[in-house]
Design a protein around this ligand. Structure first.
Ligand code: F1P
Length: 345
């Protein structure tokens, strides 16, 4: 709510991100964005690519900062580099910023911790105001990073005229409903706990998503790995047939993000492919989607929303699923082994 409050008004379609006014013309007229981050923040960045390209038609590249920093990336002074970090202290992301700065790009930071090293190293940016992340694994930071990237994409799109005013108003209006819809989604906790009980001893999980829900599939898999130490992979649903399908048998739980209206039929056929190989499907669907509910072994029905905003809801059941499985396996969900809150080396 904080990330939205004070920065937009659904009534008049006006959007203003905090901390960007000085550079607003440069941001609105950027020829290319390069997004760099690590872990969960990288997944938010990948979603940022889908949002910015879809809405504003400006090209976006996304790369792990841990790779970007060690190669010789092509960056020019006309690029805007968006660096995303919850802690604001991740060494790889800081190093990537330094490279981009040497090449005279404008650096836009999206950080949660006020006054952090990354926040200080950037030229402009927005704080996520997610509040302290108590656990090591990022959760609410992801949601707020996505809100900022959505507002940024809408702002550029409005400036470029690539979306209509009525569409802009519709999305902003719905964005204000998202906190309540997240509260509704959190009420599914008991049902998700029951599903966790069924799959807590699984040794592998597959997560599938399309479009804006592909980065959410990656994030769901990462959360499971981070806190319950189960091997999990996220894939674009359509990529399954190019390899991972070989892994599917009755031992393989497959979490399918199935809320995208624009790809409903294709998601149905992905689920049928999994079922034909005896995989166990846990589908995240829109309330009222009886077609997918009839195919899946387990269905988690969440409130309907605008497709581009759906990751703000679909990520929640995946976080809860990882949380309950981790608790049942007796791992420390706040302080997982081998993980640090800020990876400063
Ligand atoms: C990046 C990150 C987190 C992850 C873990 C290790 O941190 O990969 O996403 O959950 O805490 O670090 P940050 O740059 O977003 O602070």
């Amino acid at each position: 709510e904080d990330a939205v409050r004070g920065r937009m008004s659904a009534e008049d379609g006006w959007i203003k991100l905090g901390g960007v006014s000085e550079y607003i013309n440069k941001i609105n007229s950027a020829k290319r964005f390069i997004i760099t981050a690590c872990g969960t923040s990288y997944h938010a960045g990948l979603l940022g690519e889908y949002l910015i390209e879809e809405l504003s038609r400006v090209p976006v590249e996304v790369e792990y900062a841990s790779e970007f920093r060690y190669r010789n990336p092509i960056i020019s002074e006309n690029d805007i580099v968006i660096a995303i970090s919850q802690s604001g202290e991740t060494a790889d992301t800081l190093a990537a910023i330094e490279i981009a700065k040497e090449r005279q790009a404008l650096i836009y930071g999206i950080c949660n911790v006020i006054g952090s090293s990354i926040a200080r190293a950037t030229h402009a940016g927005s704080y996520t105001h997610a509040g302290p992340e108590i656990g090591v694994a990022s959760t609410k930071a992801f949601s707020t990073q996505v809100v900022i990237l959505t507002l940024l994409a809408l702002q550029i799109a409005e400036h470029k005229g690539t979306i209509t005013t009525s569409y802009l108003r519709q999305v902003l209006f719905e964005l204000k409903n998202i906190p309540n819809k997240i509260k509704e989604t959190l009420k599914l906790d008991a049902q998700i706990q029951e599903i966790a009980e069924v799959f807590k001893d699984a040794t592998n999980f597959l997560y599938l998503g399309r479009g804006v829900n592909y980065p959410v599939a990656l994030e769901g898999a990462l959360k499971l790995k981070e806190i319950s130490y189960i091997h999990a992979e996220g894939y674009p649903a359509a990529e399954m047939k190019h390899g991972p399908i070989a892994l599917i048998d009755e031992q393989m739980p497959v979490v399918v993000l199935a809320t995208n209206d624009s790809a409903h039929e294709k998601i149905v056929s992905n689920i049928m492919e999994v079922k034909a190989r005896s995989g166990k499907v846990i589908a995240i669907v829109n309330e009222g989607d009886t077609e997918i509910a009839a195919l899946a072994d387990y269905t988690i029905a969440i409130p309907q929303t605008e497709e581009i905003l759906s990751p703000l809801l679909t990520v929640v059941p995946l976080q809860l699923l990882s949380y309950h499985i981790a608790l049942m396996r007796g791992t420390n969900v706040d302080q997982p082994r081998n993980l640090a809150k800020s990876v400063t080396v």
